[in-house]
Design a protein around this ligand. Sequence first.
Ligand code: EPU
Length: 417
Amino acid sequence: MDQIIVEGGKRLAGEVVISGAKNAALPILASSLLTDGQNTYSNVPALKDIESILVLLSHLGSRIESNYPFIRIDAAGLNNYDAPYDLVRKMRASILVLGPLLARMKRAKVSLPGGCAIGARPINLHLKGLSLLGAEIELQHGYVEARADRLRGNEIFFDVSTVTGTENLMMAAVLAEGTTVLRNAAREPEVVALAEVLKKMGAKISGDGTSVVTIEGVPSLSPVSVSILPDRIEAGTFMIASALTGGNVVVKHCEPEHLGALIHKLRQTGAEIEIGRDRLTVCGADEIISVDVKTLPYPGFATDMQAQFMVLMCVANGQSVISETIFENRFIHVSELRRMGADITVSGNTAMVRGVPHMSGAPVMATDLRASASLILAGLVAHGQTEISRVYHLDRGYESIERKFAGLGAAIRRVRG
Ligand code: EPU
């Protein structure tokens, strides 16, 4: 298995170009199932998770041509409605085929994704929403089996804001009869990006980006050609890296508007941030000031940035309280950061981080995608060498991460194993 080796102590400087957003690409590629012609996508990141959804779409009968960052998908030959365990267990977001399969094939059989390192991650709200649209749903032998001769619009209230839940329901409702209103819908930019793609296909959607999304069903949709928006979590990871190393990094090809909460917090830590149209320049301060952070649905501070921000607080002057309100087990990086000298105490969903003068390199293990990114960040400021194993977690969601960090002057390399 590959390892990533980081020698700490380098100040990052230069420019980094942000890739397309994994969490926008996944639902958008799944939405190709709603049309029976060729869809063309550009700015698709070359990631393990993208490969996983392509394998699944191809299993369902889609014809795929991939030449990253370009992908073509033609679902005219859709002839299968089951997403088997072997494919779904590799990536939970496979559940995103449930809504479109039901809309187009009137049937879907999708393996239940189960939990993952960061939490139980139920899909009850996806299922409740689909049954309100008229689907008959059965759970048996580890699979969700859903059927609906005709989906009918309805009013759906999400008990909690769910990103992929909102996306699945939007994709089911676009071809339903009548009007669907999603209340307490997720407002993440990736949800808006999907809504824009669906509208381009001919769907009638309004209110996307707010908590009330209205969808008027249409009889059919047409294929589209679209570009995937930049990855705000990748951009945020490089912004934190610059702040952490006292660096001067230009984060290019990003969408500053999607990074408001992080920009606000980083400025409070002392970092200087210049905002351009599609770029951000982040200059790290000599002394990092501790600030408190609470994760929230968008536009609040993203849970996907929590582990990386925690590393910044590990070497800040003072103490910081980090509250994780989205996932129940998203502090798994804490024990690895402690092994690198961090002073962190966890109580329930709150971590108290007391800044230390420096961290020290150590062999550590990646446990999930964003936790793995936090270990690279810790390695960048630690004294000595950090060896990160199980980096396949990183390859799921960060395109060429070691090449991008090396381009900014980090001493980082991948050892193939
Ligand atoms: N929830 C339920 N029932 C449901 C659905 C969600 O209780 O039916 C709860 C979850 O357990 C969680 C909360 O609602 O406590 C929010 O979960 P959400 O459904 O929004 O998460 P998701 O859609 O499964 C997406 C991203 C995650 C990101 C979260 C939160 C994709 C493919 N994944 O997951 O990204 O952390 O939203 O923003 O879009 C990552 O990229 O590393 C990643 C984990």
